[in-house]
Design a protein around this ligand. Structure first.
Ligand SMILES: [Zn+2]
Length: 418
């Protein structure tokens, strides 16, 4: 049992009782009932609780590839990154994922939806760091039958291994994208996921070129192509969903697909900026936020992602109400819980205890504005004092266990990228 005493929740001074990995109760400050004399009491006076952020699209182990593809176009960038990735191994992924988790913890992310190679090492890293993860086996056969056969066998084998995973990690299927995966493997991956109740994580309509190439090859948009294959459904998490027609947005909404906006990556690679937020939301799609990997977004900061998403949306729509604060908060928290089928993203009894303790005693919060407005538009992630994930502190007073060693080990991996 743990009690977060005198912490602000939704504007109200409260006590949060955590039992194991879940929130047992949220009550008015000073009224918490706990019959366990050994309960750990944490004084949170002057601090505010927020649900931990969920990064719904990232490639965590790319964290050591920051800045390796600056100032070049998407397809040239992808070629360069694939060249770098051909040199990495399991050891690299383990240490790089640890650094990614360190950064995520420091910036308030408690869960991440990952799309990368060497998944067993990513699992080990995320679990050691105490974060909640969704780790996908990446199908990317580059339309070569031999590679497809190898990946099918490896995917089935890895799925068996993941049955021994602890409760903070979930296995998923990633289908890299329609331009890098054969139709046969798109169907195989979808069928495998559906038979085993797994989420399907795919890059979709990220660039105008992807849409043009699909039109030339199949005569329809990537969304219509996948819909005709029977891929789209509420178990699909589509990263980017940037280049959409009105019909595409309607289909994604009707199928209940989760669309993940990755604004910084899209901006930096000049993929585009007109994410059709209102169209997707009004059509019924579930919308979340992600950073994408550090090779394109350069950091994993969800607060920065929230702010930029809203600013860009307001600007190109010429409408300051284009992405309101409560919706922005849901996109970074509870919508992700809905997408992943996990009770995360909320501070309420029964929810998993993934909580940020935010220190508001700094310049960013000295204003009469609501906490959320200051958090998103004024503060930086260093206002996040402590982070609890699955009922356990993973950062306390800005300190994460083993931080120096994690950075030192990662630095030794850099030679593998050269
Ligand atoms: Zn991506």
């Amino acid at each position: 049992m743990m009690i977060l005493k005198n912490i602000i929740v939704g504007g109200v001074p409260s006590d949060i009782l955590i039992d194991g990995n879940r929130i047992a109760s949220v009550v008015k400050a000073g009224t918490v009932m706990c019959d366990k004399s050994d309960a750990v009491i944490v004084d949170c006076t002057g601090k505010t609780a927020m649900p931990g952020f969920v990064n719904m699209h990232t490639h965590a182990a790319m964290t050591l590839m920051r800045g390796m593809g600056e100032d070049i176009a998407f397809h040239e960038w992808l070629k360069r990154i694939w060249e770098v990735e051909s040199k990495i191994d399991a050891e690299y992924v383990y240490h790089a994922t640890k650094v990614a988790c360190l950064e995520m913890i420091k910036t308030g992310t408690t869960s991440f939806n990952d799309h990368y190679w060497h998944m067993p090492e990513a699992y080990k890293a995320a679990t050691e760091m105490g974060l909640r993860s969704v780790l996908a086996y990446v199908i990317c056969d580059r339309k070569e039958p031999e590679e497809a056969a190898r990946q099918k066998e490896q995917c089935m084998r890895m799925f068996q291994q993941t049955k021994a995973w602890g409760d903070t990690a979930t296995f998923a299927i990633a289908i890299h994208a329609i331009y890098s995966v054969s139709e046969e493997m798109i169907l195989w991956g979808t069928d495998f996921a559906r038979r085993n109740g797994l989420k399907i994580h795919i890059h979709l309509s990220e660039t105008s070129k992807e849409v043009e190439d699909c039109m030339a090859e199949h005569g329809v948009s990537p969304v219509v192509y996948l819909d005709r294959l029977g891929v789209l459904g509420p178990d699909v998490i589509a990263a980017h969903a940037l280049w959409l027609s009105d019909e595409d947005a309607e289909i994604l909404g009707k199928r209940g697909v989760t669309c993940v906006h990755n604004v910084n990556s899209n901006l930096k690679l000049a993929s585009g900026y007109r994410f059709p937020y209102a169209e997707l939301r009004d059509a019924g799609a579930n919308i979340c936020l992600g950073t994408d990997g550090c090779a394109s977004s350069n950091n994993l900061d969800m607060l920065e992602t929230m702010k930029t998403s809203a600013m860009i949306q307001k600007a190109w729509r010429n409408d300051p109400s284009a992405m309101p604060i409560p919706e922005l908060i849901s996109m970074a928290t509870s919508n992700a819980g809905k997408a992943l089928g996990l009770e995360i993203g909320k501070i309420e009894p029964g929810a998993l205890a993934d909580i940020l303790i935010v220190d508001t005693e700094n310049c960013s919060f000295v204003s009469p504005a609501p906490f959320e407005a200051n958090l998103i538009y004024s503060a930086h992630s260093d206002c996040i004092d402590s982070v609890i994930c699955n009922g356990r502190f993973v950062m306390k007073g800005r300190k994460v266990e083993g931080e120096k060693e994690i950075l030192r080990n990662a630095a030794e991996m850099l030679t593998k990228l050269m």
